[in-house]
Design a protein around this ligand. Structure first.
Ligand SMILES: Cc1cc2nc3c(=O)[nH]c(=O)nc-3n(C[C@H](O)[C@H](O)[C@H](O)COP(=O)(O)O)c2cc1C
Length: 393
């Protein structure tokens, strides 16, 4: 359990969660890390902690460097317990450590732990804390992704400790982007963005502009999950594109089915869209991870959602997926509903209702009664081709 040097006298002292696969229902296929950083100077600061289960692992790393009771400041960039989960335990060891956080951070921490007798230093954007040679500057990251969130910038090292922003879920021994491959790091950051940060695109655009206007050089970005960016411009540019919902000529088809009729329509739609030259991605709602579906939806121009009718409405797994998608608020999309029904129908209407709430451009839905006939499958192919042409145009 060794610490890893990130910059001079700044160490990664986090934990590796090799076998986590379900992060509050966000499927992660290769685990996660909880990144805590220890800054050694005249004063010692611990930036964030780890999930409570990994307190021992973090302490083992810290103890390789210092006696943990010497910690002067615990910077709590975010209340969520994958980062603050070990706060109460470390406070029992570093009794005099001052907890540095935003006002909302203090409120949130006090709702999670018994903070009687704790010393807080409440900070806002632009506030600084001198540790000796190193200066920390704080930057509120309100709603990125909780109201309390903030980032900590180490001026002398040009290092941004960005907490959840720019993070990725991957358990690895490698600590830096180049070590797992920058493309792989970007791919994983995209999954994280699509499933955690997608609703906050406008705030992200504003925050990136604010950071640019501060004219602070950023040599490295060390998030609280995943690898550290030695190529910060790559991830900043990717965030700009994702926040603006920059799209590809892509149709994402998402469906579920009881007796395969809706599935037949999905396949015909896919063939049709591909025949028009669009990129097509198809997913089964109960077989594919929703995190992967949302990652493809992030930069797709069109989304077709298919469901059989059950009890006058959508099939329940489709309802679950629609609720998930609605919360993540994808923007600037074309939406097409499709599905099979037996008598009164209802599924397509419900899907369209969600599309309208999301302000999608809604195209004519496709419905068939029970099993699609050859003619109906041809009509589905043609509808797919029209959708494909729309995204190409
Ligand atoms: C439990 C159950 C409830 C159903 N409820 C309705 C309904 O309320 N209205 C309707 O039009 N069809 C209803 N259906 C019929 C299905 O929509 C129809 O069989 C459809 O072709 C199924 O599509 P799939 O093959 O893609 O699963 C129901 C079917 C089942 C199994």
């Amino acid at each position: 359990m060794k610490p890893v040097e990130v910059a001079e006298n700044i160490y990664w002292v986090g934990a590796i969660d090799w076998d986590e696969r379900d992060f509050h229902n966000f499927e992660i296929d290769r685990g996660a890390t909880y990144n805590a950083y220890l800054i050694l100077d005249d004063k010692i600061a611990l930036v964030d902690t780890v999930k409570h289960k990994f307190y021992g692992e973090m302490m083992e790393r810290i103890k390789k460097l210092i006696d943990p009771s010497q910690i002067d400041y615990i910077i709590a960039n975010h209340v969520e317990t994958d980062h603050s989960g070990s706060l109460a335990d470390i406070k029992r060891v570093a009794k005099d450590a001052v907890v540095v956080c935003t006002k909302r951070g203090m409120e949130g921490i006090s709702k999670h732990f018994n903070t009687n007798g704790w010393d807080f230093n409440v900070v806002k954007s632009g506030d600084e804390l001198k540790l000796g040679k190193k200066t920390l500057m704080f930057l509120e990251m309100t709603m990125l992704h909780w109201p309390d969130s903030m980032a900590t910038y180490v001026k002398e090292d040009e290092l941004l400790l960005s907490n959840d922003a720019f993070g990725q879920h991957i358990a690895s021994e490698e600590r830096f982007d180049e070590e797992i491959g920058v493309e792989e790091a970007i791919r994983r950051a995209k999954i994280y963005y699509a499933n955690i940060l997608m609703p906050f695109g406008n705030l992200i655009i504003k925050k990136l502009k604010e950071i640019e206007s501060l004219q602070i050089p950023i040599r490295m970005i060390a998030p609280s999950h995943g690898v550290i960016w030695r190529n910060p411009e790559r991830i900043i540019n990717a965030y700009k594109e994702w926040a603006e919902f920059k799209t590809e000529d892509k149709v994402v088809i998402v469906y579920d089915t009881m007796w395969h009729s809706t599935e037949k329509l999905a396949r015909a739609l896919a063939d049709g869209a591909a025949s028009a030259g669009a990129k097509v991605r198809m997913f089964h709602i109960r077989k594919d991870p929703w995190a992967a579906i949302m990652t493809e939806i992030l930069d797709a121009k069109a989304i077709a959602v298919g469901s059989p009718t059950m009890h006058n409405t959508v099939f329940p797994p489709v309802a679950g997926f629609l609720a998930y998608m609605k919360g993540l608020k994808p923007k600037n999309k074309i939406g097409m509903a499709f599905g099979s029904y037996g008598w009164g129908g209802g599924a397509v209407k419900e899907i369209n209702r969600v599309f309208e709430e999301l302000k999608f451009e809604v195209v004519e839905p496709l419905q068939v009664r029970f099993r699609p006939t050859g003619e109906e499958l041809e009509a589905a192919f043609n509808a797919g081709a029209r959708l494909g042409e729309m995204v190409k145009g």
